[in-house]
Design a protein around this ligand. Structure first.
Ligand code: GLU
Length: 419
């Protein structure tokens, strides 16, 4: 009997994508050895006294994949499926992402294996503060700057900022981004990932001579990134015909009323049961006829089994790593135009960069200035990637990885090998 093939974990996929890009770039062995693997990996124990009076131990991680181009940068994720391998992959993707949009950061990521949906606010605060103290030796405005990711938000960042500042003895807002605006957060940061996704979709439509107005859209994952992208696409007169979240999928072929759906989700915590929509299954959602598919949930939601049924012309990867390599190959072969994650969702970290700059200068910008700068960064990066794709006849994903990996390789060559 043949042994079952173990699916690759996220970090193995990240290494594979690195090798493809490094191959195209003809990078020599020494440079590859210096930039491929995480620079620092920290695993921590996070004990928390729960509401029932007992102490529960959580496991947490912080990975600095690269500090070649600047301080490590990347979010912190709270999810039951968080593993060290996943955090390593997400940290590597941050390195290439920051390089693609050409902001002066390396890449990092953190995570705690927990189910925040089953925890009280008190438990979450204590877990966050204890995790922040545990990773304190690594973080700092010049070293490693966390931000929100899946199931963390501006409140989580406020707790980390406070914990860090209390141990240093003075306020240090630049240690995290994605903070509340009143604590040195940036206007426009909350919606930045979704807005960046929207700008890359606009750029893709221009590039493909496709009308955005009237285009049909399916959004998988109606969280921070997905709901904002849906809202902006709706404002641009697209027809958002289906959306999903972890509790269900809804469909209306005439188009969902997105502002009302956002209120419904705010009130009930779910998209399911939205008046005027019908419930469909997750596989039906992916197989709907549409122009644009926005996977905005977690990794590996589009896989070998469901990829053949996808009918979209454009896939905008608002999530990190939503397509498995097998799904990616199937969709490439079908001629789908894929906007890869490290380009598509880079709006979040780009406005994080603006927030960090504002914190360091103690000088804050207007919303319109943030939008204008973000749009310029996203459009420029899109064109940089499209140019490599055309010049080298590679996929959009390979082109984005080539741009990111190439910039880090150039920097490491100039810095040289210490000591
Ligand atoms: N978590 C977001 C990402 O995956 C944002 C990271 C940041 O702003 O540092 O890109």
């Amino acid at each position: 009997m043949l042994a079952a093939v173990r699916p690759k974990n996220a970090f193995e996929v990240a290494l594979e994508n690195f090798d493809i890009a490094a191959g195209y770039l003809d990078l020599d062995h020494d440079v590859r050895e210096m930039i491929k693997y995480p620079e620092r990996v920290l695993t921590v124990t996070v004990p928390v006294r729960m509401e029932n009076g007992h102490v529960r131990r959580f496991e947490g991680f912080r990975v600095q994949h690269s500090t070649v181009r600047g301080p490590a940068k990347g979010g912190i994720r709270y999810h039951p499926n968080v593993t060290l391998e996943e955090v390593k992959a997400l940290a590597a993707w941050m390195t290439w992402k920051c390089a693609v949009v050409n902001i002066p950061f390396g890449g990092g990521k953190g995570g705690v294996t927990c189910n925040p949906k089953e925890m009280s606010r008190n438990e979450l605060e204590h877990m966050t503060r204890r995790y922040a103290s545990a990773i304190l030796p690594l973080i700092g405005p010049e070293q490693d700057i966390p931000a929100p990711d899946v199931y963390t938000n501006s409140q989580t960042m406020a707790w980390i900022m406070d914990t860090y500042s209390m141990t240093k003895g003075y306020p240090i807002p630049g240690v995290v981004t994605g903070k509340p605006v009143c604590l040195g957060g940036s206007l426009g940061r909350n919606e930045a990932t979704g807005r960046g996704v929207f700008y890359t979709i606009q750029s893709a439509c221009d590039h493909l001579h496709m009308q955005l107005k009237g285009a049909t859209v399916v959004v998988q994952g109606f969280g921070n990134a997905g709901s904002v992208a849906a809202h902006l696409l709706d404002t641009a007169q697209c027809l958002v015909i289906a959306v999903s979240d972890s509790t269900g999928c809804i469909h209306n072929k005439e188009g969902l009323d997105i502002p009302k759906l956002m209120m419904h989700k705010e009130k009930t915590g779910r998209v399911a049961g939205f008046p005027g929509s019908e419930a469909i299954s997750a596989s039906e959602l992916l197989a709907l006829s549409c122009d644009i598919l926005v996977p905005a949930a977690l990794e590996n939601t589009v896989v070998e089994e469901n990829a053949p049924y996808v009918k979209a012309k454009i896939i905008a990867e608002a999530a990190n790593g939503p397509l498995t390599p097998e799904a990616d190959a199937i969709l490439e072969a079908k001629g789908v135009f894929i906007i890869p994650d490290i380009l598509c969702n880079a709006g979040g970290v780009t406005v994080s960069y603006f927030e960090w700059v504002q914190d360091l200068q103690h000088l804050f910008w207007e919303t319109q200035e943030i939008y204008n700068r973000l749009e310029r960064v996203m459009r420029t990066s899109f064109h940089d990637v499209v140019k490599i794709r055309a010049d080298r006849s590679v996929s959009m994903r390979a082109a984005a990885n080539m741009l990111g990996v190439g910039r880090v390789a150039e920097a490491v060559k100039l810095r040289g090998l210490y000591p």
